[in-house]
Ligand binder design. Sequence first.
Ligand SMILES: [Zn+2]
Length: 521
Amino acid sequence: MAYQVLARKYRPQRFSDVAGQDHVTRTLVNALTQKRIAHGYIFSGHRGIGKTTIARILAMALDCRTEVGTPGRPTVEPCLQCVSCREISSGGNASGDNLSSHSFDFIEIDAASNRGIDDVRSICSQADVRPARDKYKIFLLDEAHQITDAAFNAILKTLEEPPDWAIFMMATTEPESIPQTIRSRCQHFSFHAVKFEDILAQLKAIAEKENVTAEDAALALLAEAGDGSMRDALSIMDQAIASAPFENGRAVLQTGQIRELMGSVPNAVFERLMESVSAQQSARLMEDLDKLLTSGNSPAALARQLVRYLRNCLMAKLGGENTQLLEIAQDERARATRTAQLFTEEELTRNLQIALRTFDELNYRQEQRFHLELGLLKLIQAQRLLPMEEILSGLSSQPAAKRPNPAQTPSSPPRTPSGSAPASTPRPTAPPAAPSLSPFAASNQRAAVTPQPNPGRNLSGAENTERKPENPENQVGQGFSPAISAATSGGALAPEVSSSPASTSRTIASETTAVGLLELP
Ligand SMILES: [Zn+2]
């Protein structure tokens, strides 16, 4: 027999074999048991998660020639032995025992290439004719969202009052593209993405049956790459087995070989990168990135992996190491948790945002390498930003006294290159050329020290308008408090200003400015 890819060879044949869609199979088995058969079904969901498979199993169960309750078929599950079962399980054509038969009562149509009104009219006229041999005449329309509106209208009448024997099943990845009039006449089953553990268990079973030796980590990697799709995971596994080395007649799947195949790097690399970010070691970060790029990794692939890694770190921070939000192997969970401990939740969120934006930008930019470098440096610089509530609490007592990470206090050297110069605070509309990251630190210091003369407020007239971008006092004062703007335009800052709520507003404005600048491309 010709070689069959794993996804086809191990396609489930019974409801109980389908992984991860219990909510669908349970309902269908109950409906079959109670003989509550609908005339229209919609199966929707992501690619490769079992829509067509379940549609075929349902068709087999409906048309199976073995009676339910007999030894060959104790439950409503199909017997898989009769000619109907064999025909349907092969998609309408059964071969074997030197016989090749074609089902007249199970018609599987690729709706992507038969989407017009004439195609649908032909389906409707077939549906009007009684089944040739089986109990039901079943039409399975794959990729049903491709059917045109006019064609859907042509089938509407048949769906509303179908002949007793006609059953329509539609499999689609875009249920919202199917007209409401059609959807309301069908039972709609929304499929879930297959869970990591379910894919992993299936891969293990298949590796056993295929006589393949596989490391657990290697299978976990394949399951992760499947990303909720069983078929995707099996396709990569097929490829991995084909390229695997042989030992004692068995193919051996190893983590390194699969990573090479997928063009991905070990997550230990990202753990190290994030350690550099946490320790604010820009040089080490850039050197590590250089090594990765020099050894042939593409910037876009690295950014993509970084996004996934940071997402997992954030989920580990939120839900702990054993959270269901993580769909990765156990040692990867431990790794993500280790990295998560280096950062606060807020920092991890910001890191993920920066990484996502970097990944987005890479897709349509020329100098991908520079954008990735810039993105990673932004991660380090974002570390130097103070959380909002810290600024607020710091203003009421001593500034920055409650900083969780002592390495990141506002007084640390990287944070205050321009801290002593309030006049250099950028305004929100300033170009991103000089993203000074410490204006709020300056504001903090200003707030802590009682009446401190500010060189900016002394500027007036023509000079003032010219240098306005560098004077946050005027803008914020006008925006938030008339008293402050009066004080600043008067040329003398009232002593109580620095400890008044207005200075809080000013600090918040500075913080927003810094974040805004940082997020600009
Ligand atoms: Zn059967």
